[in-house]
Design a protein around this ligand. Structure first.
Ligand code: NAI
Length: 697
């Protein structure tokens, strides 16, 4: 039973006890209704208190039940709240720490609420593409006012109990209690035990003086912000129903919206991402209790684009960092960039000047390996050149204390080879950050053949400390993310050869939802980066076909924003991409040389070719065991590559389209006379799943 029942004199106390956050799973719900029945039947009981054990009142639905029949098995949450509504004895919710989602809806079903200060109160359902489904949208406006409630419901963000208690005329909390909450709640229950009629939130009115104007305004604002997500607008509809409809009707309306949203691909995508993020931290052969190493001091080699950003992550988490460079100028430049990044945050009001100094105070710089010997973790971020990496890792092997973790930020090089430069390959691991490293959520953790389990477990744990989403990748060229993006970029190049302009490709994929199309992205990151990698590929994989347009672009010196010209033109100091007649002419000329007659290519074909290029490579990565699960690949793309969240990542999107349809489309693309047919051969795993009518996730 995951709810306890005990008597405190004439007050029955029902304590939710379902760690970690008292999720309202089946057993807990049953426990509550049974406790209520017992209290009703006991003539000695005059009032009831409901509270939560441990570190929450209740975090809401039990996510472990999501998608299983248990989630809705009676008594479901609505039935529990109905039981509360019909209770003949006063019920007091004693709320502390966390009161969210179904937990708040449960509390709103009680007659009275007393809360500890500092409690995080929220209806976060919108974050999973849903509206609250057990009366939250109908009851919350009745106790804190329509506008306050709508803000909370549309944002899903938590608000502290004392802030809510300060709302004039609010009826959410009857009391805010410092100190012993349970004792205070029991005393309060005693005080109100005889009071009748019992106050019910449903009997209050949700009112707004200018409802029509207000809801119109809210709808417009929400529409602009929510873009591809339907749930926020539905939240507005539901709150409007709390004002305009009878309580029961409003409740039914909310339920209908909840059920409809549950079926939308957007909500499915958000729920997928929610679970994918949790799954990514689990590694089958590295149990959660694997011992980890302590990381108190970090060293970073290289103060370039990546080294500086990487260091900031640790400084932000209060971890001491020493950066090592070859020359003082490089150090000075790197440190100045970090400081100016922090100053930017101060200007925006995201950081105080004091915090800035605190963080920079944790930073030391050096030109000597002697100063980093005792670091617990060293992250190498020097030039992407195996010769340079060899020098650095041999030196690290020589100087670092035993047990130090030696990490490389390489984006393409063979981690096993890097590990072989040392006599301690078990301590070597890849920590592949994404640029800008202080902003991007993704961290690809590259597990070498010999990487120790404790090293892997340590880095996964550390990723949480620096607030990254860590995804484990095996060793291969480009790991998960860049290996897939290479196929996407190749395909983007072929689209140019066959008739597209860069802006047409970018527009189509941005309309699909990508933050940035491949060509705008190239201009931002620097087209020379890909050029450098391709030159290596031409030697290593001579059979791989690439469009040469990107090389010609670089030969023209058009590296992107940093040279003021790339796939697009840029006005000095501006980042707006202006279609370039010079580039379009170059593409046409190249097309002629290839003997290709351009054709009109639909947006649908552009999107299909780009996204399925990702999906097919993703399937190979999955089959080879480079990624542990399809949802890990989705996580990489959602957090590192701007794949639209409302589509759940490339593999989730392919599942939504149906793998049979994906394979059919790939066959259609292969029939294109200019296609490289090998490109569109479905990966064996994709073909098998499509044949069997299965999905990746
Ligand atoms: P960068 O050229 O901006 O910085 C490299 C820095 O390393 C320079 O400041 C250089 O002086 C220093 N350096 C070179 N050899 C050194 C040595 N032997 N000892 C000490 N310092 C040395 O390069 P960036 O972009 O920061 O890349 C660094 C690494 O990060 C590369 O392996 C790259 O593939 C990887 N990476 C880069 C990403 C990007 O978007 N720029 C993204 C993810 C990974």
């Amino acid at each position: 039973m995951s709810a306890r029942y005990e008597l405190h004199g004439s007050v029955a106390v029902i304590t939710l006890d379902n760690p970690p956050v008292n999720g309202l799973g089946y057993e807990t719900r049953k426990g509550i209704t049974e406790g209520l029945a017992r209290a009703e039947d006991d003539a000695q009981v005059k009032a009831i208190v409901i509270t939560g054990a441990g570190k929450a009142f209740s975090g809401g639905a039990d996510i472990r039940e999501f998608g299983s029949p248990k989630a809705t098995q009676e008594p479901n949450l609505m039935s529990v709240i109905r039981t509360l509504d019909n209770c003949t004895k006063p019920v007091v919710a004693a709320i502390h720490s966390v009161c969210m989602g179904g937990g708040l809806e449960l509390a709103l079903g009680c007659h009275y609420r007393v809360a500890a200060p500092g409690t995080q109160v929220a209806l976060p359902e919108v974050k999973l593409g849903l509206v609250p489904g057990a009366g939250g949208t109908q009851r919350l406006p009745r106790v804190i006012g329509v506008e306050n409630a709508l803000n909370m419901i549309v944002s899903g963000e938590p608000v502290k109990s004392e802030v809510l208690a300060a709302i004039p005329g609010q009826k959410l909390f009857d009391k805010i209690v410092e100190g012993d909450l349970l004792a205070a709640a029991v005393a309060f229950a005693g005080e109100v035990a005889e009071r009748r009629p019992l106050p019910r939130v449903r009997d209050l009115k949700a009112e707004h003086r200018e409802a029509d104007g207000y809801f119109q305004f809210a709808r417009n604002t929400v529409k602009a912000m929510a873009r591809n997500f339907p749930a926020p607008a539905k939240c507005v509809d539901c709150v409007e129903a709390s004002v305009k409809r009878r309580f029961d009707e409003g409740l039914a309306f909310e339920r209908e919206q909840f059920i409809n949203l549950m079926m939308t691909p957007e909500s499915k995508a958000l729920r997928h991402a929610f679970f994918a993020e949790r799954a990514a931290s689990k590694i089958p052969d590295v149990p959660e209790d694997t011992p980890t190493r302590e990381i108190r001091k970090v060293a970073v080699i290289g103060a370039g684009t990546m080294g500086g950003g990487i260091s900031m992550n640790f400084l932000n988490a209060g971890i001491h960092v020493t950066i090592l460079e070859m020359k003082q100028e490089a150090l000075d430049r790197g440190v100045a960039v970090m400081r100016s990044n922090y100053e930017g945050q101060v200007k925006k009001g995201k950081l105080t000047a004091e915090k800035l100094e605190q963080r920079m105070g944790l930073l030391e710089t050096t030109l000597s390996y002697d100063d980093i010997r005792d670091a617990d973790l060293v992250i190498e971020a020097v030039f992407e050149d195996i010769g340079v990496k060899e020098q650095v890792f041999k030196k690290l092997d020589e100087v670092m204390k035993p047990g130090a973790i030696l990490a490389s930020n390489t984006s393409t090089l063979d981690l096993n080879k890097i590990a072989s430069f040392t006599k301690r390959p078990q301590d070597v691991i890849g920590m592949h950050f994404f640029s800008p490293a202080n902003v991007m959520k993704l961290l690809e953790v590259v597990r070498g053949e010999k990487t120790g389990k404790d090293v892997l477990a340590t880095v996964m744990k550390l990723a949480k400390v620096i607030k990254k989403t860590a995804v484990v990748s095996g060793v291969c060229d480009g790991f998960i993310g860049n290996r897939m993006i290479e196929q996407y970029s190749r395909q983007a190049g072929f689209l140019l050869e066959e008739g597209c302009t860069p802006e047409q490709v970018d527009r189509a994929i941005e309309k699909f939802g990508f933050a940035m199309g491949p060509f705008r992205m190239g201009d931002l990151a620097g087209n020379d980066v890909g050029w450098y990698i391709r030159k290596r590929r031409y030697v290593e994989k001579p059979d791989m076909r690439y469009s040469k347009t990107a090389d010609i672009l670089c030969e023209m010196g058009r590296y992107g924003q940093k040279t003021g010209a790339g796939w697009y033109d840029y006005k000095p100091g501006k980042r707006d991409a202006i279609p370039s007649p010079v580039v379009n002419e170059m593409i046409e000329k190249h097309r002629k040389e290839l003997g290709i007659t351009p054709r009109k290519i639909s947006d649908e074909e552009i999107v299909g070719r780009l996204v399925y290029a990702l999906v097919n490579e993703g399937a190979k990565i999955l089959e080879e065991g480079i990624a542990l699960r399809a949802s890990d690949i989705d996580m990489v793309y959602l957090t590192g590559y701007g794949f639209p969240l409302f589509r759940g990542g490339p593999m989730c999107y392919a599942d939504t389209v149906g793998l049979f349809n994906v394979v059919q489309d790939m066959r259609r693309f292969a029939r294109n006379p200019h296609a490289d047919p090998s490109f569109w051969t479905p990966a064996p795993l994709l073909k098998r799943l499509a044949d069997e009518g299965k999905t990746f996730n």
